[in-house]
Write a new protein. Structure first.
Length: 579
């Protein structure tokens, strides 16, 4: 089994960090996660029906209270049907353990700030007049501002349109209605009322009111955003929603100039896109990666405070940021929160150039970390990898944990060897929100053929079985990473545990089987996968360990195409016989 390069610490001098991301309102997934967690558990509690509404008879807790940590990586709503339950559980835990629960905000969280303006009703119950949003410009559909067609004045239809057409949440309105119906039934039970022949009274108007209240600064999403950060650094670990803020323009510029990457991170202006023209990061006192991380979080805190102030002071409505090609330019000085909404987007208007944001950027291209493939034909890939290595060298970080981009049914590790530092750093991408769509590729020699169980009628794309918990053991005094592994259930229903990530440099002769986790597998025609539907490429995702040492070691490989993942689980002895 691979081990950490760092020295062991006594149990009393270490903590465990559990990392979960992109729950997206999936109560079933959260339940599976907590039940199999080595850090969290459920405990009975008394429902709260008045202040700080929490109508549940159980809450999430730590197995070792005030010792371990939970980090949530962002995107808490939209796809799973239980937005309110999930966010209330997380907020309740945060309120009880403010120094042990950390929240990273994602794009699906930030974009909810829009609803406060766009769904505001005046004294006559009228919504603001709107022609749509700037990113639909030129599409010749409803919401294309060029069409000059006013959006509907029906609050429910307007909200459905916003969620479906501008937030990537086509089922969110119906899911919220379903959740309110379940909550109505639950409240009757808690109050001792009969639920025989129960018929819900929840209307579309109730759904609108629920969104208006929950996305208010004093509502669930407002409290969540107030407690969130864009990046969390705990010792040698960095948690972000997306990836480092490189854009194709940046990479092409460095490649074209054939410039050394050694000094790239000296000037972090490129990674602070909200700065006014001719303002540099150094003008803001930012001269290091640590300072940049602090500045990111200050930026977010200030913009959320601006959003909150406008709402609580009932500031008159202004033109919407989403209507025009404002980008990072302020509509006015009092509405600086629009810059945070822009930071959560993938592109910047009006040209649509890529946004240098850690929220929306990603590590993978077409389903795999192709920039890390050896011998890439794209010269910007080599620059990309060099800049990532330089980031780890400069920062002293050991691992970056992220979400945002679906990775199948298991976290995806990317090894970043740092030869000058005599260590390996890691990127761990942990969004498994499409685990219900994973397919398995089997060999003819497999005695048991694996098959993904599909979504099985789940509201989200996760299905009803897959779950993975990332566990990080960290020294409490030095912040050094002592161990990283993950465990859970694959989408075929089989339980697993990965070996620990190895922070030592890879050996020149590689492993006995010629494979290394976090690298492209050396498979081509004639490989043990020759009878599969794919020739590759295959990424080496994990080695699996078994409590029964007599069981053969297994490797998990993944092939990705967009959001589609294909798993192949192979015994090491079969690989060795073929290489």
């Amino acid at each position: 089994m691979a081990t950490s390069v760092f020295s062991s610490q006594s149990e009393v001098n270490s903590r465990r960090i559990t990392f979960i991301t992109d729950i997206e309102g999936d109560r079933d997934y959260l339940t599976r996660y907590v039940k199999q967690s080595k850090v969290l558990c459920f405990r009975p509690c008394t429902p709260r029906l008045e202040t700080n509404f929490f109508p549940y008879q159980h809450c999430i807790d730590f197995q070792r209270p005030f010792r371990d940590y939970l980090v949530f990586g962002g995107d808490i709503w939209d796809q799973g049907g239980s937005d309110l339950y999930v966010i209330r559980q997380l907020l309740d835990l945060k309120e009880r353990y403010p120094e042990h629960v950390y929240i990273v905000v994602g794009n699906r969280d930030i974009n909810k700030m829009r609803l406060l303006q766009e769904m505001h009703q005046d004294e006559q119950g009228l919504l603001p007049e709107s022609y749509g949003v700037y990113w639909l410009k030129g599409r010749k559909i409803t919401g294309d501002p060029d069409e000059r067609q006013l959006l509907t004045q029906s609050p429910s239809e307007r909200l459905k349109w916003i969620l479906r057409n501008t937030m990537g949440s086509p089922r969110a309105f119906d899911y919220r209605k379903w959740e309110l119906e379940q909550e109505e039934l639950l409240l009757k039970e808690l109050k001792g009322q009969s639920t025989d022949n129960f018929t819900s009274t929840v209307t579309d108007e109730d759904v609108v009111i629920s969104y208006q209240r929950s996305t208010h600064p004093e509502g669930e999403m407002g409290r969540y955003l107030s407690n969130g950060n864009l990046a969390i650094q705990l010792g040698e670990i960095l948690f972000v929603h997306g990836a480092l803020p490189f854009t194709s323009d940046t990479l092409q510029d460095v490649t074209r100039r054939k410039a050394s990457t050694d000094e790239f991170w000296d000037d972090l202006t490129f990674a602070m896109p909200w700065l006014p023209n001719n303002t540099k990061a150094s003008d803001m006192g930012v001269s290091s990666i640590k300072g940049w991380i602090a500045c990111l979080n200050n930026f977010a805190k200030e913009r959320v405070a601006s959003w909150k102030e406008e709402a609580l002071n009932d500031v008159p409505r202004k033109p919407f940021w989403s209507e025009g090609a404002w980008g990072y330019y302020l509509i006015d000085e009092q509405s600086s929160f629009s810059q945070l909404m822009q930071y959560g987007m993938g592109s910047i208007p009006p040209e649509g150039r890529r946004n240098p944001t850690i929220v929306y950027n990603r590590w993978c291209t077409n389903g795999m970390p192709r920039s890390f493939f050896p011998n890439s034909d794209d010269p910007t890939d080599a620059v990309f990898v060099k800049l990532v290595r330089d980031f780890f060298r400069r920062s002293g970080l050991a691992i970056i944990c992220t979400g945002h981009q679906p990775q199948g049914d298991m976290p995806n590790p990317i090894a970043v060897p740092l030869h000058g530092c005599n260590r390996t750093a890691w990127i761990l991408s942990c969004d498994t929100s499409y685990s219900g769509d994973v397919n398995f590729v089997n060999q003819d020699s497999d005695s048991i053929k694996r098959k993904g169980l599909g979504r099985q009628g789940s509201k989200s794309g996760r299905g009803l079985v897959a779950v993975s918990e990332v566990l990080i053991t960290q020294c409490t005094t030095s912040g050094k990473v002592l161990d990283v592994h993950w465990h859970g259930t694959l989408s075929d229903g089989s339980c697993y545990k990965s070996s620990s990530l190895d922070f030592a440099l890879p050996k020149q002769d590689k492993t006995q089987s010629g494979l290394q986790v976090g690298f492209l597998a050396p498979f081509s025609l004639g490989s043990p996968l020759e009878n599969t539907a794919f020739d590759g490429p295959w990424w080496t995702r994990a080695t699996l360990v078994d409590d029964d040492e007599s069981q053969p070691q297994k490797y998990v490989f993944v092939h990705g195409e967009g959001f589609h993942s294909y798993n192949c689980v192979v015994e090491s002895k079969i690989i060795q016989s073929r290489l």
